[in-house]
Ligand binder design. Structure first.
Ligand code: NDP
Length: 278
């Protein structure tokens, strides 16, 4: 029989590592499938999905700038995708389009399983209140931290995310929104979900938020350490970039589609080596 077909849809898409990640997973899990890149025109996301479904496609990952459109297109949504307001994983089944968001669980699995750091009763600080921050809310809250603070340049956006978190929280997590200057005390985990790293900038936060037990996590990754991680390093913090999140969100999508959970450790090492040799 023909292999099951999957794609990653975005614009641009040429840089996406998802095809090689899923090819690796398919290999180690012995799955009869193919996974390709699909460049959708900026005004043609829904039409591209429709054509792919028509051709028998089973599922798709969705990346920039289509995660909100994928959310709107889904006929069914997971709770974490509902709260995220964005979808990165589509599954096609007859007339149904199931939408999920695996970014947050990818982040949490990278921290809890790969880095071996439990988040229960910890103090978590999320920097940024854009799409990436919103996408990771529910999985982070599900770990039942003691406190969850969202800081953002634009306070109103952080406040909006806290309202969402209140609606979905179980009431035991202390929630707070603030601006950079109002942050106080040390945190166990500080996640950079701002796009400041793209311009090699750091949100202007105090060095006193970090100590040697703080995990500083940047959702971005690349050949060079981000400005946020360099800043955290000068405070002696533990450091982690977003490569693990990328691999783990892919593993969760693969699990949704195939019902098999791929091993990720070997692939992480391979991708890390490839980054470092760039
Ligand atoms: P958005 O545009 O939705 O949000 C950007 C956020 O960054 C806002 O909170 C914005 O603040 C803040 N910001 C932008 N510039 C600055 C600056 N110079 N100083 C301080 N804050 C700033 O972007 P996304 O949420 O989609 O993406 C954020 C990052 O996360 C990107 O770097 C992206 O690459 C990464 N990412 C990584 C993933 C992974 O798998 N590793 C998955 C998804 C995203 P304001 O509200 O005030 O404008």
């Amino acid at each position: 029989s023909a292999p099951d077909q999957y794609v990653v849809i975005g614009n641009p898409i040429a840089h996406s590592k998802s095809p090689s990640i899923h090819a690796h997973f398919a290999g180690i899990c012995a799955q009869h499938m193919e996974y390709a890149r699909l460049l959708a025109p900026l005004d043609g996301f829904a039409a591209s999905v429709a054509a792919f479904r028509q051709a028998g496609g089973k599922g798709a990952n969705v990346t920039v700038p289509f995660k909100l459109e994928a959310y709107a297109l889904a006929t069914q949504l997971s709770p974490r995708a509902q709260l995220a307001g964005a979808v990165n994983t589509l599954s096609f089944n007859g007339d149904q389009i199931f939408g999920d968001n695996t970014d947050g669980v990818g982040l949490v699995n990278d921290i809890v399983r790969n880095a071996g750091i439990a988040l229960k009763n910890k103090r978590i600080l999320l920097l940024g209140a854009g799409g990436a921050a919103r996408g990771v809310l529910l999985p982070l809250l599900s770990e039942q931290p003691a406190e969850f603070v969202i800081a953002n340049r634009t306070l109103s956006k952080a406040e909006e995310l806290i309202v969402l978190a209140q609606q979905h929280g179980n009431g035991t997590v202390k929630l707070q929104s603030c601006v950079w200057a109002a942050l106080q005390g040390r945190f166990d985990l500080i996640i950079n979900a701002t796009s400041a790293s793209l311009s090699d900038e750091v949100p202007p936060i105090s060095a006193t938020l970090f100590d040697s037990n703080t995990l500083a996590y940047d959702m971005m990754y690349g050949a060079q350490m981000t400005a946020f991680l360099r800043f955290a390093q000068t405070q002696g913090a533990q450091l982690r970039d977003g490569l693990g999140m990328l691999v783990e969100q892919a593993a969760e999508s693969f699990y949704i589609w195939r019902g098999v959970r791929p091993e990720t450790a070997a692939l992480m090492l391979e991708l890390r080596r490839a980054l470092e040799s760039q």
